[in-house]
Every structure is written in C-alpha cells, then in structure tokens.
Write a protein that binds this ligand. Sequence first.
Ligand SMILES: [Zn+2]
Length: 505
Amino acid sequence: MRLVYISLLLLFSWAGQLAAQTAPCGVSLADGAVIKAQMMENRRNINLAQINRQNMTYIPLSLHLVGNEAGEGFALGSNAIEMLCKLNADYADQNIFFYLHGPLHYIYDDVIYDDAYNNTGQVRMSSYKVPNSLNVFVSNNVSRSVAGYYTPSYDFVFIKNGYANGSSTTITHELGHFFTLPHTFYGWEGVDARSQYGGAPAPVIINGRLVENVDRSVGANCASAADGFCDTEADYISERFNCPVSTNLQDPTGSPLQINSDYFMSYSSDNCQNTFSQEQKNAMLSDIANRGWSNFPAPSNMDTLDGRQIQGISPINNDFAQEVNGQIRLEWDTTGASSANQWILTVERTFNGIPIAQVYFASVMNQNFTYIPRAALSNNHQFRWAVKPLHPAYTCSPSSNYFHFQTGFATNTTALSTAAENQLRIFPNPIQNGPLQLQLSSLENSSASLAIYALDGRILWEKQGLAISAGKQELQLQIPQLAAGQYFVLIRSDKQVWRQAFIKQ
Ligand SMILES: [Zn+2]
C-alpha cells in the first residue's frame, strides 16, 4: 500500500513536469491589445536617448504564495524564490535586477485558490497587492489551461504553481508583458495557422489585426503590425511548439516564414527561449521609465549565500524531537549564509529515508531557529527538515542538507492552562478587522515573541520583541487581515507561555 502511494507521488510529479512544457500564457487578445497600446504610447512619449543604460535598474518584487484557507495547495517557497534567480539571469544583459520586497507572503484565500483566472479571483489578488512593487501571485487552480498571465486591468502577474521554479521561462515571459511586450505572434491568438493557412499566403487581416509581413525594407508593416517590432521575425504560431521549427507558412505576399524560436515572447518551449530583441528591450526600458521605476534604491546587501554549508543544531542525527509546551524547536547555524535575513523551512515525513509528504513549511525572518507545533507531526514517525537561506537580493542559494529526526508516541505536554498566571484573554472574541486586543498577567518584565497560528499549526504572523511588563496588562496589536476562521495566539517569554484560541468573523 505504501509503495503504491509513493509511486503515485512520483507519477504526479512527473506529470507536473510534462505539463510545464505545454500550457500557454493566459493573456487574452483583448488584454494583448491594451499591452500593445501602452507600448506604442511609450514609444511616442519616452525619449530613450535620455535614459542611462549603464545604470543598474533595481525593481522590488512582492511574491505572494496563495493556498486555500485550510492551508493546502501552496507552491513550495523554496522553488518559488528560484523564479527570481531565473528572472535575474534572463534580464541580466539589460542591467535590470529584481529583488524580493519584504518577506514571502503566504495568503490563505479560498476565493483565489478556487480560480485564480476569473475576475473574482483577480479582484481578490488585486486587494493583496503591495504598492510600489511588482506583484507576482502564485497559486494552483485556474479555470483554463494557462501557465501564467499578466492582467493590465489589475497590473499584476500570475504564475501557476508548477511553473514557479528556477527553470521555467514563464516568469520571464509574463514580466515581458508587464513591461508592455506583446506576443511575437500577436493577432494569431487562438488560430492554428499551420493547419489553416500552411502552404498558401496568409490573409492580410487575422482576428481584426494586420498580419506582419516577412519583408523588412522601407515601408514594411513590421513597426505597426503584430508585436510592433521590426527586429522580431514574423511569427504566426500561437500554440506551444518545439524547436527547431520549420513550417510551410507564408506571409500575405507569399514569402516563406522563418520563425525564430529564441524569443521569450514567442510560444516556443521553455528550453528554446533565450532572448529579448533589442527593440523589445527598448520597449521595456521605456515602460520602466514611464512607471517611474528607474530609481528604486539598490539592495543594501548583494552577498551570495551557500546553504549547503549550514549545519543543523537540533534536532539532528535521527534524534527524538524534544517537545516543550506543545512545540519543537528547530535550530541551525548560519555557516555560508551569515547575511541571510530569511529562511524557508520545509519539514517532510520520510519512510525508510524517502520523503513521502511535506508536513510543515514556514518562512522564518531574522533568526536561525523557529518553533513548529508538535501537532503538525504524526506520532512515532520519521522526518527530515532543511532550510533555504535568502536575502532580498539573493534567492539562488541551494537549500541546506537534510537533518533527520523522529517523533515518539504522544507525551504529556505541559498543561499550560493549569497555571492561572498564564491565562490570556482576547477581546472581543470573535474579532473583526482591526487590532488584536489582549489581556494577560506576567510574573516579570520581559521581551516575548508572539505568533498567530492557523488550526493546522502553520504560523501566519509572528512578532518578536513584544514588551511585557510585570503584572496585569492590556495589549493592542496591529495584525494582518485574516480570513474568516479559527486561529490561536501563542506568546512566549523566557519564563511563561500564554495561549488562546480566537475566531475571526
Ligand atoms: Zn504571453
């Protein structure tokens, strides 16, 4: 039974890889027209000669991973941040550098999770956008087969889970749209040119759009037809295709097409794509200027990190995990990654050393330890954990090695609620939007940490350095907006732990 389960997992991940080559981009013909109009507008208004191309342009990118409200379906954070690594490799020759803006955002939202393509989902994603940054959302379910899309209406980029990694060119392509690039085959969306028009001259108009000719001499239509660029060859293929490609397509004058599969903005397979043309680069540079995005400050730290040198401190060596107050403390050293400010933690259950399920993940900020709820781990099983270090300008580090541990049978956890002085009151409860109001008593002055957990044990929000005074007190905390549901708060000082459940209406 177990073996069947493992092979099914392998099968699914193999199917996921296969799909990564085939799904198209979700930019509609109508949105493509809006994108092209902005590009033409920028071409009229922006004077490229005034832009210094030698300066690096730094662009802050907010990365949002969306799962459902039960905490399921999130893309792997360690994969998702590698998108920035791929992106920076693909934009390096343009002196454009994308860096992570703020922590990785985990969003628990059924509306987006149910369909990240329909308008309701798009409106909801739009509400999570972080101003003055490029917003990229990653989620798993879309109502039609797409790898990603850019929407001019809401001005964000969406990437489907399976394409949020360090090898797919989907992010590179969608950011091309974000910065006004149309598809090289603009106008042919939804038309199977090879089967409908192969071997004969193409029509002059397709889908109401002027068809691009092969000819590049004076008076050619390349500057206005299709993508509006003369240094990208005419391209009529609107399905994903493998390279090299040869077709019997002809332009309206009967000239045979030589389709270039190198362009990120074509639909060639990811492994064929490797470039933007100079005119495409000019258009992106113009849009960056038009957005007023030419002068974001450089990140303070550009160090590289190497997670492979990190040593686990505890639990390691297949030890039994020590449980304190219902939690297990994971700790690691920072060798090779001392300038990391964020760590993506994954904990997997293993069977005979083989990973069979991810059971916990978290994004840990500014410290090389974290607590995970014992309830997230089943009894008497084996697990492994790893951390991937990053800072805003470096998301390319490999993860640490895996550190192994096991759980025993359920033990008697310290009964928190028996200590009257550890009582925590939340008022009102249920809470509405607005600050979280707490009442507690402390034995001494201390600096505490506070975490809000989802029911499945995932940390949704953490605050370090919470000042607590001896005696009874009330605290007001501005917390991020939570989806309706049940949560609990855990506050921990050196001497005391407070815990209380609450409901968000
Ligand atoms: Zn596209």
